[in-house]
Design a protein around this ligand. Sequence first.
Ligand SMILES: [Fe+2]
Ligand SMILES: [Fe+2]
Length: 274
Amino acid sequence: MGMSDAFVARSLEEVRFWSRIMKEHSLFLRLGFRCEDTSLINEANHFYAIFESIEARANAFTGGTDPNVIKRFNDEVHNAVSHIWLFKRKVLGLILTCKLPGSNNFPLLVDHVSREANYFRNRLTELNTGTLEPLPDAIIDENVFFLRIMADHAKFISHLLDPSERKLIDQANHFSEEFDKLLFQARDLESMRPQSQTVPLLDQFLDQNRVSVKSLRDFKKTARDLIEACRIKSIIHPLLADHVFREAEHFLFIIDMFERSLTGRPFQAERLDA
Ligand SMILES: [Fe+2]
Ligand SMILES: [Fe+2]
């Protein structure tokens, strides 16, 4: 595969995944607003329509699309993501200054979805400028980002389940603690770099994270199926349950991609920053 084919394929993969995510964030935010907050509701609906159309266009492009067309498309998506990021930060500000009493979006959830928008925006910049981080840095940075996302998901599930679902809340809290710990470990590895960036340490880091992400992914899948079948009491929208499941799958995909790049290299227990 040539450089520009890879650019088109990677771009379409990212935009297809994240535009659907951004579209769904618009829906979740809208559902949490009070009925009198009509201008916030309209704004959320506006973003839903924008990302719905971006998603449709991304799905219509093929691997054979002219890379220049994709480059302009990425710029356009970048612009839309910047706007939804601003909207999310504005909503966070309104909640934290108690301007929306009784609304149903947790501040951490709004911050969380804004971090995901920021991540998407950075990915688009990296794709269009062709400036990818060196592999050892990418491994640590992406894991720090996604481990926190996973820890947040466990907390949201725990807090949105009905208080009477004591067993499931216990399980969700267990995942929350597990991922907080993994996040601290990732930050330790981060502060020890570049000395920590050896193949065995990074490989072990990926292995350990993969085990936990797989079991969280399975828990989310079970929760999603139970919610869809109306077998548990919660205020979790079925689409939110599926959304966090897909984000765990995406993280697993990234871990596997890193694993292949890491072990497919000729050097062994050497520092990779050279
Ligand atoms: Fe999300
Ligand atoms: Fe998320």
